[in-house]
Design a protein. Structure first.
Length: 741
């Protein structure tokens, strides 16, 4: 009782001190020292313990009396709670503990909170960094008004394997673009910085290399050179750390035999050492305990010891820390210094978030009501959704549709609201405000112009609905077919070995195509699908992913021509599953394929498949066309510390206003190590009115030519570089040569 009084007096003084400190140095180390000095070993290990309440986002964990743990100061954070009232009740309980240290509340706010934005992979196809930051900002405004102070996002795993269900959560296959997006999302979530009431802590995940799980099988092993790790997989994490991310999350995979949750190399050497990260690392769901089935830890006691010593600060749903750390410290198997460091990191964030000052600052029901019903958020979600759509094909300029055309909307996803939310949507329990594709088209084209038939279910084997679908197709002037995956087919634990369109949907497309009506396909998916027949035979295809709350309106904007599609793929689409992994920034072999044909002439590739992807990285059409001309390089020589400018003119040569993503790729032609055929190094998204021209300029410095050499030094080697400007990775419009001296 005495301690508690002293502690509260201390907290009061420290909050006054905090305000002063915040505006000056933003250092809370003295206050943390004082709190640490008051804590028992049990309270310290409690800070490192996190459990899920209300629902689970992983397999069941050992049961404990969670509420009692909160009340006894044996818990630092909970996840899977939302709503200011629920958070307040739990925070009140935490304040009843001896020291009254407030809890952190975390949730997977991945692409929006109440207002659902497109899945992250879709958003990345916008190549619009500002819009992506805004999407994260809005998610944070809503989540923080609803009690939360921590989101388990952004997911920044580079993914080159479409079989992996979690490819939907990231920004695709490219390191440069992925790094920009990672930093933008961190900035969006954390807003003006901790201390502002609408900032939530970002959690960069899954650290590291989870996207390279063997065979695209979730949770699986990764065996990778340190060079590839540092050059391809780590930069988005580093960019997020440099953007000020508060926390990181371990990945489930082992990396070269060491489970990430027990990897001192990843956590202590790189993240906390080289990158000087002062936040904390949370495990993934039970990933510390899962080091037992990995065969890396004997039991949960050893798992706790390995993880803490390696630098994992908080144990999510593992109970390993809770049940073992005190004993481990008492027996000297975990040093008090390591334990204190982990506690310090967590307390630091609690101070920075202003929770000691006001533990209830995120639990204001009036603010919540307002934030969750803000029409501006819906507007931004619609804007983001239409920017995420990729026009794959538009033969005979079928799109945009003309006003008054009679449309038959057919397909299992046309009326779905639930699927539009995509995986990892916080609003999974309430899809009442989702605009379905049917609703969006009805609003835009009028009830009288819209016929509808489901045709079949997503995975059905029954073709009973085909007759009705063919009937309405015959009555219409144009057919829109909405097909693809259901949202449960991607995300965590949803890897697929077969990337085809499920069920009898392709047969439905064939039946409709046989009517001879013009057809537009909307492809709904959380990953690149393999849809060769559709791609080769249907004249018009829009890749619409999962677009969130405003899906229907955004699709109607594009179909009607109110918005000219500008999305470009951020992941290569394979021709079939056997071609995976396929990515644009691959090396050349000693026997490169010379033609894009199946090859049996002692050349690299397959004897039964073209070498190129079906749709390449950076590809996406527009209703208009863009002409690239007048490339000019300010010098063909670059020396240390210098800058060379590459400029060109882009002209909109079609009838529609539109946006183009102009892409800069570089190849190091000869180096001490084999280098990729091309690497994205910059891009500009520009808007051009019909007939308008704009000059685009890129700056190239030594950094854009650098790579990790064999000794893992970041170097630029003298020699020749190809400088390529393209409309996609496979559509290089202009090329020049640069020599680094
Ligand atoms: C497991 C997932 O891998 C991770 O991304 C997520 O944040 C946690 N569960 C919490 O739901």
């Amino acid at each position: 009782m005495k301690t508690k009084t002293i502690f509260h007096l201390f907290i009061l003084l420290s909050s006054i001190f905090t305000i002063t400190i915040q505006s000056q140095t933003k250092s809370y180390e003295k206050q943390i020292d004082s709190v640490l000095s008051l804590m028992t070993l049990e309270e310290k290990t409690g800070q490192l313990h996190q459990v899920s309440l209300y629902w689970a986002t992983g397999p069941e964990s050992p049961e404990g009396d969670k509420l009692r743990d909160i009340k006894e100061g044996r818990m630092g954070s909970v996840l899977n709670v939302k709503g200011s009232d629920k958070v307040r009740a739990l925070q009140e309980l935490a304040l009843k503990s001896r020291l009254g240290i407030p809890l952190l509340f975390g949730l997977d706010v991945i692409h929006g909170y109440k207002t659902t934005f497109p899945i992250p992979l879709a958003e990345s196809a916008s190549w619009d960094i500002e819009a992506i930051e805004l999407a994260a900002r809005i998610a944070a405004i809503e989540a923080s008004a609803s009690g939360l102070n921590w989101t388990f996002a952004p997911m920044v795993d580079i993914a080159r394997d479409a079989r992996w269900g979690r490819i939907m959560e990231g920004a695709g296959e490219d390191t440069y673009l992925g790094s920009l997006i990672a930093a933008a999302r961190v900035k969006g979530f954390q807003g003006k910085g901790f201390g502002s009431v609408d900032a939530v802590m970002a959690c960069v995940k899954h650290y590291a290399a989870y996207g390279a799980a063997v065979g695209g099988r979730d949770y699986n092993s990764v065996d990778m050179s340190e060079r590839t790790l540092r050059e391809i997989y780590l930069p988005p994490f580093k960019a997020a750390a440099m953007a000020g991310a508060a926390t990181f999350m371990n990945s489930f995979n082992d990396l070269n035999g060491v489970p990430a949750s027990g990897s001192s190399f990843l956590m202590r050497k790189i993240l906390k050492g080289e990158w000087n990260f002062n936040g904390f690392i949370v495990s993934d769901w039970a990933s510390i305990r899962e080091m037992i089935p990995h065969g890396f830890a004997e039991d949960d006691r050893e798992a706790a010891k390995l993880a803490l010593n390696a630098g994992s600060d908080m144990d999510m749903e593992g109970y390993c820390y809770r049940n073992n750390l005190k004993d481990l410290v008492e027996k000297g198997e975990v040093s008090l210094a390591n334990l204190d460091d982990a506690v310090r990191r967590i307390l630091r964030k609690k101070f920075e978030m202003g929770l000691f000052e006001d533990p209830f600052r995120f639990t204001d029901p009036i603010r919540e009501e307002k934030a969750l019903n803000n029409p501006e958020h819906r507007k931004a979600a619609r804007d983001m959704a239409r920017k995420s759509i990729v026009l794959i094909k538009n033969e005979a300029d079928l799109l945009p549709l003309k006003k008054g055309q009679k449309i038959a909307l057919i397909g299992p996803l046309a009326k779905s609201e639930d699927d539009m939310l995509g995986g990892w949507a916080v609003g999974w329990d309430d899809n009442s405000d989702v605009v379905s594709q049917f609703e969006g088209l009805e609003i835009r084209f009028g009830k009288e112009n819209l016929l509808y038939a489901k045709g079949c279910g997503v995975s059905d084997s029954s073709k009973d609905g085909f007759e009705e679908a063919v009937k309405i197709a015959n009555e219409a002037e144009v057919v829109i077919l909405s097909i693809g995956e259901s949202r449960s087919m991607n995300g965590e634990a949803a890897s697929r070995s077969n990337l085809g369109i499920p069920g009898v949907q392709e047969d439905l497309v064939k039946a409709i195509m046989a009517t001879g009506k013009p057809v537009v396909v909307l492809m709904n998916a959380g990953r690149p699908l393999v849809f060769n027949w559709v791609a080769d035979n249907v004249p018009t295809i829009l890749y619409t992913w999962w677009l969130g709350s405003e899906a229907g309106n955004a699709i109607a904007d594009v179909i009607s021509g109110d918005y000219n599609p500008s999305g470009k793929l951020t992941v290569s689409f394979p021709r079939n599953e056997g071609q995976i992994p396929i990515y644009y920034n691959h090396f050349n072999t000693g026997r490169p394929s010379l033609k894009d044909i199946p090859s049996k002439d002692f050349r690299t590739g397959y004897i039964d498949l073209k070498q190129s992807p079906k749709f390449p990285f950076g590809f996406g059409l527009s209703y208009t066309t863009f002409d690239y001309s007048d490339i000019n390089i300010s010098s063909d020589k670059l020396s240390k510390g210098g800058v060379v400018e590459v400029s060109l003119t882009v002209k909109n040569t079609g009838d529609f206003d539109g946006e183009e993503v102009v892409q800069l790729y570089i190849r190091d032609c000869v180096a001490s190590l084999v280098r990729p055929m091309k690497e994205l190094k910059d891009f500009k998204k520009i808007a051009l009115k019909s007939g308008e021209s704009k000059k685009v300029t890129f700056k190239i410095d030594e950094q854009k030519l650098a790579f990790y050499n064999e000794k893992l030094e970041w170097v630029t080697e003298p020699g020749k570089f190809d400088i390529m400007i393209g409309s996609s990775s496979a559509d290089i419009r202009q090329q020049s040569v640069l020599y680094f001296e």
